[in-house]
Design a protein around this ligand. Structure first.
Ligand code: GLY
Length: 309
């Protein structure tokens, strides 16, 4: 079994001018996380990769998050440790740069699974997590999309295009330990206080050393209706591969609730999948000396892990 890290930068339709940024960001995050995975713990690797993506303004997580209906950033994040099924999440949290790290603190320092809104902020303060101005998380692009979606003639479907860039990662380390991490600004122009799939265990992420791990992206309400991460792992428990289980879970979500999305998935043997029903999903996977990546359905480009681009 070779350790593996698989990362996504969100399912959706990525505008042409943002394609290169998205793909380069996902490759860079995968390299950063994979460096940690070498001789290290899968949890550290997935948190490193997702932190990297939260810090890149072109993704819908951390700085660059989409705005809620009031024009503010509220973020959700989750981590899960497949050894013990320990998990931590935050929802509707504001004024922090890296919600994924706060989710990890919820897992490690509390007896709870999820803290929300002001309670999550109070916990962040108590943990010494630096508070940042809300405006520092808002990009011109996010504000432009928000304003466009407020227009009376806005097409809600078109307005969501390019904005499903939730980020996530799954990994198996050399000891066979499995972890997942997912982080998002949620859905464009969502109601204040809306909690999406990303904060909900079994929906926006799940990891179990006995079965595998999944980090989803896509329309949160659809993902929650089918508990997508756990549904895929259920199919894998029944004997399907990571690839087949991912496709079946995504097909069920499309057929039952009309939801599009994508996932990155691993099994305990390090067999991985990056699958999606949306037009695009920026993803990358590192295993051995090889970095795989893609954006369009069926695409799997390979390069040496040492290639800096
Ligand atoms: N999947 C991200 C969200 O809907 O919040």
């Amino acid at each position: 079994m070779l350790p593996v890290l698989v990362v996504h930068g969100g399912a959706g339709h990525i505008p042409k001018e943002r394609v290169e940024m998205s793909c380069a960001g996902v490759r860079a995050a995968t390299r950063a996380g994979y460096a940690v995975l070498q001789g290290g713990w899968s949890m550290d690797a997935v948190v490193e990769a997702v932190t990297h993506l939260e810090n890149i303004p072109s993704f819908n997580a951390g700085c660059g998050s989409v705005l809620n209906v009031k024009g503010e950033v509220e973020m959700d994040a989750i981590v899960m440790d497949g050894r013990t099924l320990a998990s931590g999440a935050v929802s509707a949290v504001r004024n922090i740069a890296n919600p994924i790290q706060l989710a990890r603190l919820v897992m490690e320092k509390t007896s709870h699974l999820c803290l929300t809104a002001e309670g999550a902020s109070q916990f962040a303060r108590a943990m010494g997590v630096p508070e940042v101005p809300g405006e520092s998380l808002v990009t011109d692009y996010a504000r432009m999309r928000w304003e466009k979606n407020l227009a009376p003639d806005a097409n809600p479907v078109e307005c969501q295009m390019g904005k499903m860039g939730t980020v996530g990662a799954v990994a198996v380390d050399a000891d066979g330990n499995i972890a997942c991490a997912t982080s998002t600004g949620g859905m464009l122009n969502k109601m204040e206080g809306r909690v999406g799939d990303t904060a909900c265990i079994g929906c926006g992420g799940y990891a179990d050393n006995r079965v595998g791990a999944v980090s989803p992206t896509g329309h949160g309400e659809a993902i929650m209706k089918v508990t997508l991460a756990r549904l895929i792992l259920f199919h894998m428990e029944q004997g399907l591969s990571s690839h087949e289980g991912s496709d079946l879970g995504l097909a069920t979500m499309k057929e039952r609730v009309g939801g599009l999305g994508g996932v990155v998935t691993v099994d305990p043997q390090g067999r991985w999948a990056a699958r999606f029903t949306s037009a695009q999903m920026a993803w990358a996977a590192a295993q051995g000396d090889t970095l795989h990546y893609g954006l369009y359905p069926g695409e799997d480009i390979t390069q040496s892990i040492g290639d800096p681009n």
